[in-house]
Design a protein around this ligand. Structure first.
Ligand code: HEC
Ligand code: HEC
Length: 371
């Protein structure tokens, strides 16, 4: 128990140093003339790792009570999120933020709404999801012993790694990481358009694209292949009322602050975003720029799911964002708002369908002469 806590604290510190380094990185200023781009063609990961990771993604035995899998909160038929404004969290908890899609994880510069983890390290993100009390509450060693008693997994393990290798939690996290990195937006009309097929999106959507880059100024933050600059900004999204009405949600929020070492956290009654990580008051209310791919499947929107539809999101920006943001009102006409929405939807691709492979049974394994 003690050593786990210590490990968590140390890992928390590592994460902190990492994101602090980000905060001072050059390029934090808003990009001028920034634009979206087509999904890049990237070399796929090792097929055997992805196959193993896929099985583990759907396996509830990765969680403490064997009742929750990654897919419980990141369901393929719900845009790889859970369709709820706020995540229920691990049984007996209620989380204070939305469960985002895992699509395009490969292209994220940072993970999590407050950007607290490095986007190039999916293994660490997966470890957090498995071991954190509010998601799966799984103990890495316990889970690894469970997996060793599943003959199918031992076989998949040998294919993914090497003959004679055995389930081992850091590799388990990496395999799930490879699987989520294989889930990408494909066949989006925008990609065909930007690669030269002018007719791939409607005239209305083309007008929306011009607004996106021009009058509405969305591209200054939403740029690159997934529509995110990977930076933290304050747009002033309103609080979700349930976070303060439901004690269980207030508790997961305060626990997150306590874990992050935020000063005077017991008095916090709002989602302070990146401030909890950086402890720099200028970061209060900053969240990482959400990606704009596959919005068609991922409602509700924002870190707390407070907007149910894209119309609500566009109205929010049209008002100049919320309290404390530096955004200016946009004065978009009804037609311009529709055009912007039509454009946003062209960034969505075909549904990414993966069938739940099911959980192979555990069987007590014969002594195999090592460990
Ligand atoms: C109980 C629900 C729950 C479970 C189970 C769960 N997650 Fe999550 N996941 C979340 C929530 C909530 C967040 C956002 C947390 C935050 O930002 O504070 C998240 C964030 C993520 C992100 C970051 C996406 C982004 O754009 O930043 C990824 C990737 C992810 N989870 C993958 C996984 C994987 C893989 C598993 C299984 C090992 C898993 N999750 C299990 C609820 C869950
Ligand atoms: C100053 C940078 C900035 C600008 C400008 C900006 N956004 Fe955002 N956008 C963000 C951030 C940061 C978030 C996440 C905010 C949160 O969750 O609290 C976000 C979230 C979103 C989301 C939610 C996505 C999801 O999956 O939840 C949509 C949709 C969106 N923005 C569309 C737009 C549109 C359309 C425009 C132009 C009218 C725009 N944004 C302008 C920074 C920006």
């Amino acid at each position: 128990m003690k050593s786990t806590n210590l490990k968590r604290t140390m890992l928390g510190l590592n994460g902190l140093m990492l994101v602090t380094a980000f905060a001072f990185a050059p390029g934090a200023a808003r990009a001028q003339g920034a634009d979206l781009a087509a999904m890049p063609e990237v070399k796929p990961g090792k097929a055997e790792m992805i196959e193993l990771g896929k099985h583990l993604f759907f396996d509830k035995r990765l969680s403490g009570d064997m009742g929750v899998s990654c897919a419980s909160c990141h369901a393929p038929d719900k845009g790889w999120g859970d369709g709820k404004a706020l995540s229920s969290g691990y049984p007996s908890m209620e989380y204070f933020r939305n469960a985002p899609t895992v699509l395009n994880s490969k292209h994220r510069k940072r993970f999590l709404w407050d950007g607290r983890l490095d986007g190039s390290d999916a293994g660490t993100l997966v470890r957090d999801m498995v071991t954190e009390a509010h998601t799966m509450n799984g103990d890495g060693r316990l889970v690894q012993e469970r997996l060793k008693q599943v003959p199918e997994y031992v076989a998949l393990w040998e294919k993914a790694f090497s003959k004679g290798s055995d389930p081992y939690s850091p590799r388990m996290f990496n395999a799930v990481g490879e699987f989520i990195k294989s889930l990408e937006t494909t066949n989006a009309p925008f990609d065909k358009f930007i690669k030269g097929d002018a007719g791939a999106i409607s005239e209305e959507a083309r007008a929306g694209y011009a607004l996106f880059k021009g009058k509405a100024n969305c591209a200054s933050c939403h740029n690159g292949p997934i529509g995110s600059d990977g930076q933290l900004h304050k747009t002033g999204v309103p609080e979700h009322p349930d976070v303060l009405k439901n004690p269980l949600r207030t508790i997961t929020m305060l626990r997150h602050y306590a874990t992050s070492g935020m000063p005077n956290y017991m008095n916090a009654r709002t989602d302070v975003g990146f401030y909890a990580i950086s402890k720099d008051l200028r970061d209060a209310g900053k969240f990482q720029t959400a990606q704009l791919r596959d919005l068609k499947y991922t409602a509700p929107y924002m870190h707390n799911g407070v907007f149910a539809t894209l119309d609500e999101v566009i109205d929010f920006y049209n008002r100049g964002g919320g309290q404390g943001s530096l955004l200016k009102p946009l004065n978009l006409s009804a037609g311009e708002k529709q055009a912007l929405k039509a454009f946003l939807l062209t960034l969505s691709g075909d549904p990414v369908v993966v069938k739940d492979p099911g959980q192979p049974d555990m069987q007590i394994r014969a002594n195999y002469g090592k460990n």
